[in-house]
Design a protein. Structure first.
Length: 263
């Protein structure tokens, strides 16, 4: 059931269509439902377009996260919305490009991989980013699915894995900002660090808004997922000769920054 984006009170219907000229993007033909609890409009974002939603996502507004996670993308059958699947593929391919370019620029051993066929290089980086992303999502999903126990003080109980991954993907849209690096030359290392911390902050906020568990427990979940992701990234780089010695450690850390976290 949809909820009020302000007070989380359940709302049977978010808006009522009262004419045939239904154009929610322009606010025509619909009447927003007033929340009986807080007296605000239950969900004003049903009238807003994608640009407004994206800006408010970057600003980490709780209301837009509730609109997306509960009222637009939330499903009762625990299946991913198609738009989330498209966003996940977009983020994955974008991470492949950035990771590939980053390793070629900062690694002294990049020539070892560069000597391989182009398709083999692409498949390696696709596998690296895919497994690293799974290594971030799976621990969070597993920890939240644990039955209630004394660990609940640290780990929230939320046995709904699909909304968890949806929240993490939606809050990772900040990863798209480095596309500007293709147009303007910036300090890649500082840019990667800034983007990675922005994504981490958004991930924590999204989990807290979804589960209403507090920022500390949400931060613990994101920290565990990021640590596992870092280990997987470093292990795969080491397997192809790019993760040896101190350079390998630094390379794994910097690649993990591009994929969206810290080690």
């Amino acid at each position: 059931m949809p909820i009020c984006i302000h007070c989380r009170h359940p709302i049977p219907v978010l808006y009522t269509t009262y004419s045939k000229a239904d154009d929610r993007a322009l606010g025509k033909g619909v009447r927003l439902t007033q929340c009986p609890s807080c007296k605000n409009f239950a969900d004003k974002y049903v009238e807003h377009d994608f640009i407004v939603l994206f800006i408010d996502l970057v600003l980490i507004k709780a209301e837009v996260y509730r609109h997306l996670l509960f009222n637009r993308l939330g499903t009762s059958d625990e299946k991913f919305d198609r738009s989330i699947l498209r966003l996940g593929v977009l983020l994955l391919l974008f991470d492949v490009y950035l990771t590939w370019a980053r390793i070629e620029k900062i690694s002294q051993n990049a020539s070892l991989l560069a000597s391989q066929p182009l398709m083999l290089q692409y498949l390696f980086f696709l596998a690296l980013v895919t497994l690293s992303t799974l290594a971030f999502h799976i621990p969070i999903r597993l920890l939240c699915s644990l039955p209630p126990s004394p660990l609940r003080v640290v780990l929230p109980h939320y046995p709904h894995p699909t909304p968890l991954s949806t929240a993490l993907l939606v809050s990772s849209c900040t990863k798209l900002f480095p596309i500007l690096l293709i147009i303007w030359e910036y300090d890649l290392r500082s840019s990667a660090t800034a983007v990675s911390w922005a994504v981490i902050v958004n991930n924590i906020a999204a989990l807290e808004i979804l589960m209403d568990c507090g920022y500390v427990r949400a931060g613990v979940l994101v920290g565990v997922g990021a640590a596992v992701r870092g280990v997987v990234s470093w292990g795969m780089l080491k397997a192809v000769g790019l993760g040896t010695g101190w350079e390998g450690f630094n390379l794994g850390r910097e690649v993990d920054e591009w994929i969206g976290g810290w080690v």
